[in-house]
Write a protein that binds this ligand. Structure first.
Ligand code: NAD
Ligand code: MG
Length: 389
């Protein structure tokens, strides 16, 4: 198979993160198919240097300016060019030397480089869900205008994307997003009130970056994913359902208008959706472990407890109302998670902080791109003022 597939030059934005590292594993297993052209990191310069020495990319970007000299020195005798600073991310995204961007930066910071890649007509493998939560209408319009595909990397959205292949003429009744429920499935507020950072970072099925691990524990991750799904698959809010599936084997489902349901399954391993997005439209071989139906197993499904995990209610409100509300929700959540990770606020305080910020920042029904940036800044400032960061 590999022989027929054209080589793809990949730009990994966020190569030192959980998704970025796994993408480099995928690339290392298929050197005949993928060339890592660009790698970027915010502040883990040691890992970026190691990655650059191993993969010999054309370009690396280190976001933190203080780390720039060290990266330059370490790579001085190589052919890799080093760019430094936040602005460099956009500069590099505007270059011609790559075919596909893997958008694997975490949070709002991923939006600008991804927009630049779209503007530049580059295909996107999208891990950074916040990009669509913040400015989904704008991002999807740009993708259509530039005729570039956005292939989801998020496992649920990859599942739905795979289920929709061959179904372009058929109506979707609804999609069903599965959620593991995170480390606190079944817990109640009297337990959650005392939960600390280290416990929240212990996800039962997935090993992920800190922010998305906390988002999974609060169910905000599923809230963000509802909004992500709306934009990716052009759905109405009432077509998006969330179901708790603690085993994380069935990655999501599509129900068509005849009632038939398609699901995509596999072991919970992000390398699979990463590889699928990088190689699309091809499927390629690998040695990842397989799901074994001979082992004792039960796949179970239940309703989410939205009385306890109120982030899902807030995200549903943002999904329904649209405008700048998802952007505000996302910004407040980023501040809340940041503060929780530094033990500045409690687990349940995160939801209160987001709710108060959503009430405070003025609603804009049809924001311009600039207004999204303003809403993000306003929401961050207000949320931070509540905790005096
Ligand atoms: P991570 O924290 O492990 O890595 C984040 C990467 O982004 C790092 O390379 C870091 O250097 C870079 N970065 C952080 N802040 C930056 C900034 N301000 N400017 C530029 N670069 C910055 O995160 P992750 O878990 O790999 O997640 C990345 C994205 O993928 C998130 O949007 C997350 O929601 C999404 N995602 C992750 C997983 C997973 O399994 N980890 C699954 C689905 C979706
Ligand atoms: Mg997901």
């Amino acid at each position: 198979m590999g022989n027929n597939v054209p080589v793809k030059r990949i730009a990994i934005f966020g190569s030192t993160g959980s998704i970025g590292k796994q993408a480099l594993d995928v690339i290392a297993s298929h050197p005949d198919m993928f060339v890592p052209e660009i790698l970027t990191a915010q502040n883990n310069e040691d890992l970026l240097i190691m990655q650059a020495l191993k993969f010999k990319p054309n370009i690396v970007v280190i976001g933190d300016e203080k780390k720039g000299i060290r990266v330059k020195q370490a790579l001085a005798t190589t052919d890799t060019k080093v760019f430094i600073g936040e602005q460099a991310l956009e500069e590099v995204a505007a270059m011609d030397c790559y075919d596909m961007m893997l958008a694997a930066i975490v949070g709002f910071a991923g939006l600008k480089p991804t927009l630049q890649a779209l503007e530049n007509g580059k295909a996107i493998a999208l891990a950074n869900k916040e990009t669509l939560v913040v400015a989904g209408d704008y991002v999807m319009k740009k993708a259509v205008e530039k005729k570039v595909p956005i292939i989801p990397v998020d496992s649920e959205h990859s599942a739905i994307f795979q289920c929709l292949i061959g179904e372009t003429r058929n109506k979707i009744e609804k999609i069903i997003l599965t959620a593991s429920g995170g480390p606190f499935l079944g817990k109640k507020p009297n337990f959650l009130v005392n939960v600390k950072r280290d416990h929240a970072l212990q996800h039962p099925n997935w090993n992920m970056g800190a922010k998305i691990s906390v988002d999974s524990a609060t169910l905000m991750n599923k809230g963000l994913e509802m909004i992500e799904a709306k934009w990716l698959f052009n759905l109405r809010p009432d077509q998006i359902q969330v179901v708790i599936h603690p085993q994380s084997i069935l990655h999501s489902m599509v129900q068509f208008e005849d009632g038939g349901i398609k699901a995509q399954m596999g072991l919970p391993d992000m390398k699979l959706p990463i590889q699928y997005a990088l190689a699309f439209p091809y499927r390629i071989g690998n040695k990842f472990p397989r799901y074994d139906f001979k082992k004792p197993n039960a796949l179970t499904f239940e309703e989410p407890d939205i009385k306890t995990f109120r982030n899902l209610v807030l995200a549903t409100e943002a999904l329904n109302k649209g405008g700048n509300l998802p952007c505000v929700l996302n910004a407040a959540n980023e501040i809340a998670v940041y503060a929780f990770l530094r033990n500045r606020i409690g687990f349940l305080d995160m939801t209160d902080l987001i709710e108060r910020t959503m009430e405070r920042v003025p609603f804009i029904e049809h924001p311009s791109l600039e207004e999204y940036f303003d809403s993000d800044a306003e929401a961050r400032n207000f949320a931070a003022s509540l905790i005096k960061l």
